[in-house]
Design a protein around this ligand. Sequence first.
Ligand SMILES: Cc1cc2nc3c(=O)[nH]c(=O)nc-3n(C[C@H](O)[C@H](O)[C@H](O)COP(=O)(O)OP(=O)(O)OC[C@H]3O[C@@H](n4cnc5c(N)ncnc54)[C@H](O)[C@@H]3O)c2cc1C
Length: 162
Amino acid sequence: MNDFSDHIGIIGAGISGLALGCTLAKEGYSSIIFEKNNELGSHGAGISISPNGLKVFKSLGLEESLNHSSKLGLTSEIYSYDECVYSADSKVRTTSRESLYKVLLNEYLSLGGSIYFNHELENIDIPIELFILKIISPIKFSILLLAMALNQNVEISFLVLI
Ligand SMILES: Cc1cc2nc3c(=O)[nH]c(=O)nc-3n(C[C@H](O)[C@H](O)[C@H](O)COP(=O)(O)OP(=O)(O)OC[C@H]3O[C@@H](n4cnc5c(N)ncnc54)[C@H](O)[C@@H]3O)c2cc1C
């Protein structure tokens, strides 16, 4: 059995998995991301990042990289039929999902992170402290974090193993 108990396992190379990997690396923790697809996803061509999300990019030191590949909206307006009922300065940045992934992926890899594509988590077996991947043999982790918001089809008894 592959023993990665000195790494933190992250399931899913989406925005949260990549941001989590960067955060852990900056705190000195090694991680490995397992992604079921053979490349990063691209559902939803554009993505707008609210001030809360922008704070995360700032704390990761990625504000400048994100600013290069995104635009700050000038105003946010809400319409009721033809009438504008709310208008305010926008604090939301809009970019493409592809660019957003690129910023996070480059940072994660430059911090020494690894991604295994075509590796799908199918279930977690708590009593023997391992989780089973579809393609390769069982892998042992002491900590496993799930970051797979839009596609949850895994049999899970507990979210984190410590
Ligand atoms: C069309 C659309 C437009 C959107 N627009 C916006 C927007 O403008 N602003 C905004 O803030 N949010 C937007 N969202 C929501 C946003 O996309 C999600 O909140 C965000 O993608 C969640 O990121 P995540 O990393 O948690 O999950 P995901 O993006 O779902 O990433 C999870 C990853 O885990 C992988 N995975 C899943 N199951 C497994 C498994 N068993 N084993 C291994 N890997 C697995 C998936 O392949 C995927 O790569 C939009 C969503 C959609 C669908």
